[in-house]
Design a binder for this molecule. Structure first.
Ligand SMILES: [Mg+2]
Ligand SMILES: [Zn+2]
Length: 212
């Protein structure tokens, strides 16, 4: 009777070791313009809408055992447009919209800081605003099973691609959000990502083929 079997010490050590070794590939996902439609600073929660394919893409990562971690710069509170709680509410709405599609994020990290902001508590230079790697490093600390050797960043800005090279991940630029303007030289600066995708769906399909 399997259910009644007692585990001996060797079994327990083996289970512990396997858990330690259970390293997961990881995709660090940008939020605005990558998972949800870029509409500028979102004051009304209802204006946060998923980009087509975002839910099924994150679900594919979930099903393949690839961690999906949100890493987002959110300066709206530092600029005085809304409170930091509103940033949290927007992230929660994103999580809930993904849940409706049977998808989940393994964790959510945001940087609320902005050097030129007007709200003193949030207006300083930090180590977590992309392309700085502070949030990625926090994710690695808090999720020791993540495998740095199989890490990816997906985003629509040059700063997302720069984050990838700063943290040793492969960078994927999506053409949604600011992606096209980045590559035409109209926004930030042109970049050479490891892959350029029309949208999140294509980005995740490429990443999964790289992991095969
Ligand atoms: Mg973005
Ligand atoms: Zn920060």
């Amino acid at each position: 009777m399997v259910a009644g079997k007692l585990l001996n010490r060797t079994d327990l050590i083996r289970i512990f070791m396997d858990k330690e070794k259970a390293i997961k590939p990881v995709v660090f996902l940008d939020r605005d313009g990558t998972l949800n439609v870029e509409v500028g600073y979102i004051r009304d929660l209802n204006d946060l809408k998923l980009i087509e394919g975002a839910g099924s893409s994150v679900r594919k990562l979930n099903e393949r055992g690839v961690a999906a971690i949100l890493i987002t710069n959110q300066t709206g509170a530092a600029r005085g447009y809304y409170s930091e709680d509103h940033i949290k509410a927007l992230n929660t709405r994103l999580v809930n919209l993904l849940k409706e599609e049977g998808a989940y994020l393994d964790d959510v990290y945001y940087c609320p800081h902005y050097k030129e902001g007007i709200v003193p508590e949030l207006s300083f230079e930090c180590q977590c605003r992309k392309p700085e790697i502070g949030l990625v490093e926090r994710a690695y600390e808090e999720h020791p099973q993540l495998d740095r050797e199989r890490s990816f960043v997906v985003g629509d800005k040059a700063t997302d691609v720069e984050l990838a090279s700063n943290c040793g991940a492969k960078g994927v630029l999506v053409e949604t959000g600011y992606g096209k303007q980045v590559q035409s030289g109209e926004y930030q600066w042109k970049v050479s990502p490891d892959y350029q995708a029309q949208s999140i769906s294509e980005a995740i399909d490429w990443i999964l083929s790289e992991l095969d």
